[in-house]
Design a protein around this ligand. Structure first.
Ligand code: FAD
Length: 523
């Protein structure tokens, strides 16, 4: 893995975007088609070492803040808020490491996605994420995808998912027991309250390490001499020949020069809003492009465990960050109770408490419920032909409305979160917050996968764009179901399948070429 600034003239595979899903393509291709030449182009800078490492692994607080700011692309310098719990309804501010869509986020008379956000850096949002990796259940599952459960297992492997990293956290089991008492009745084992699977592991020296794209790349990609990552490189369009992938046009942001790089396969893994943007800019515009866009409306509340004494030997950590005392628990989605619950123990209250009321670390329990969207064809990211964004790409125009079913679901989630907060302890504050739309950072559906090319989807179960052979799409935008749970485990699983289909194609073509060559030699 090198950072050579000379772009190649031609490679086998171009990958656009270096977040977890782009990195999954690099990893699987490195494992299964190591002879393939791969160029990965990322518009943002490298902000961590190894490239794509999670910023929480940067111990120096100032260096971490700098890495976050450098990820904020055209939004760098704008105000940020450090936890979803700190966002009150109506506030427009991004989380550190992200920046907001500057305009076009709300059409007149619509709800819009006021805090739709992006990260532009090597590793994408995967350098800033919380790492929650629950598996989807019930109607969340894209069941037409063959071998979906095995793909989830592969996804856990490349993301480095564990369930025991926070086992030492005080009160986690207590929180789960309190929640289970009001949730688990009548649920199957997979649907009961449990530890949240997290892309976090403990190093040999005991320190916690958060997975970023570096973990997904793995040593397999870093050792692959046929793989090159180019940062600060904007892919402006996919090049087609006869409607099929032929390469990309890429702008070197350091010099302003534009190059063409030929490729047999192009994977666009540029996030759920920018993947359709790249396709649109390339003239790849199937009817479903950008449509069925969905975000998970998020309801948050906090509660305080009753009668807990400080555990020995824990230090007070920064507000809102995951530390040794932070247990993370999961209340799974079910079709009957269609909210995904993420419960994190905090060491500080999201709402100020009285000065003479010291917080026992781990005793404040932050609850979040994510709602699945009622999918609508007209909810979409569209693009302007006569306006561009700060990268010079077609400007985004979000069209997004909550339906009556969505409003009922949000009311249901608000009632449910109060029930859960009361089960855990004493709720903090008079009522839950419903966060501004877009807060989940889980935008889905915009380049959705379908079982068949019936006009309602963009790509096949292999993630290949129906109308543009050998152009692949990756990321949460591929997810076709109204998913309430955190989507990265699923989008990486779907990326694994897409990467395998490319690897198979490359390997079979190479074998066929070798057989032809052998025949010619022996003739
Ligand atoms: P991204 O990680 O967004 O990467 C896309 C990359 O493409 C970016 O680096 C971008 O700069 C690049 N790009 C875009 N356009 C171009 C172009 N034209 N040319 C070149 N490069 C381009 N998800 C979960 O599942 N669980 C969680 O707990 C969770 N917590 C989160 C917490 C935070 C604070 C944040 C910010 C996100 C969280 N997420 C979580 C979301 C998660 O990070 C994303 O789902 C995941 O990163 C998506 O991976 P991706 O590869 O599809 O896209």
């Amino acid at each position: 893995m090198t950072d050579d600034r000379r772009y190649p003239d031609a490679v086998d595979v171009v990958i656009v975007g270096s977040g977890p899903t782009g990195a999954a393509y690099a990893r699987i291709l490195s494992e299964e088609a190591p002879e393939a030449t791969i160029a990965m182009f990322e518009v943002g800078p490298t902000v961590s070492n190894p490239p794509g490492a999670h910023v929480k692994n940067i111990e120096d607080v100032r260096q971490r803040a700098l890495a976050q700011e450098r990820s904020e692309g055209p939004g760098a310098g704008a105000a940020t808020v450090d936890s979803p719990g700190a966002v009150t309804a109506g506030t427009r501010a991004g989380r550190p490491g992200t920046y907001l869509l500057q305009d076009g986020y709300q059409a007149e008379g619509e709800d819009g996605l006021p805090v739709a956000a992006f990260s532009s850096n090597v590793g994408g949002m995967g350098v800033h994420w919380t790492g929650a990796c629950p598996a989807p259940g019930g109607k969340e599952r894209p069941d037409f995808v063959p071998g979906f459960d095995d793909l989830l297992e592969d996804s856990r492997r490349v993301l480095g998912v564990t369930t025991d990293a926070f086992d030492g956290a005080p009160y986690s089991q207590l929180v789960r027991d309190l929640l289970a008492a009001v949730v688990d009745h009548g649920r199957s084992a997979a649907e009961r309250v449990q530890r949240m699977p997290l892309a976090v592991h403990r190093r040999e020296d005991g320190r916690l390490v958060w997975s970023g794209s570096d973990v997904v790349f793995g040593d397999e990609t870093r050792a692959n001499r046929n793989f090159t990552l180019f940062d600060e490189s904007l892919v402006t369009c996919v090049l087609l020949e006869g409607g099929e992938a032929a390469g990309v046009e890429v702008k070197d942001l350091r010099t302003g020069e534009v190059h063409s790089v030929a490729a047999r396969y192009v994977v666009v893994a540029a996030d759920a809003l920018r993947t359709p943007q790249v396709l649109y800019a390339s003239g790849i515009r199937p009817d479903a492009l950008g449509r069925m866009l969905n975000d998970q409306t998020q309801v948050v509340y906090a509660s305080r465990l009753r009668d807990v004494a400080p555990p020995p030997g824990v230090d007070v950590a920064e507000s809102g960050t995951l530390r040794e005392q932070s247990g993370v628990s999961w209340v799974p989605y079910t079709d009957d109770v269609p909210y995904h619950g993420q419960v994190m123990q905090l060491d500080a209250s999201p709402i100020p408490l009285a000065d003479d009321d010291p917080v026992v670390p781990g005793s404040i329990v932050g609850l979040g419920l994510f709602c699945a969207k009622d999918l609508q064809w007209d909810d979409r990211v569209a693009f302007a032909d006569d306006e561009v964004d700060s990268y010079g790409m077609p400007a985004m125009r979000i069209h997004y409305r909550l339906t009556d079913a969505d409003r009922r679901a949000i009311a249901g989630a608000r009632a449910e979160i109060v029930r859960l907060a009361e089960a855990v302890g004493d709720p903090i504050g008079s009522e839950p917050f419903t966060l501004p739309l877009g807060s989940s950072l889980h935008y889905q559906g915009s380049v959705r996968m379908g079982a068949t090319d019936d006009g309602t989807s963009v790509c096949s179960p292999d993630s290949e764009v129906w109308i543009a052979p050998r152009v692949f799409v990756a990321g949460n935008g591929v997810i076709p179901t109204p998913m309430a749970c955190n989507p990265t485990l699923t989008s990486v699983a779907l990326a694994v399948r897409g990467a395998r289909s490319i690897a198979k194609d490359i390997t079979e073509n190479t074998d066929a070429r070798e057989r032809t060559h052998d025949k010619e030699v022996h003739a």
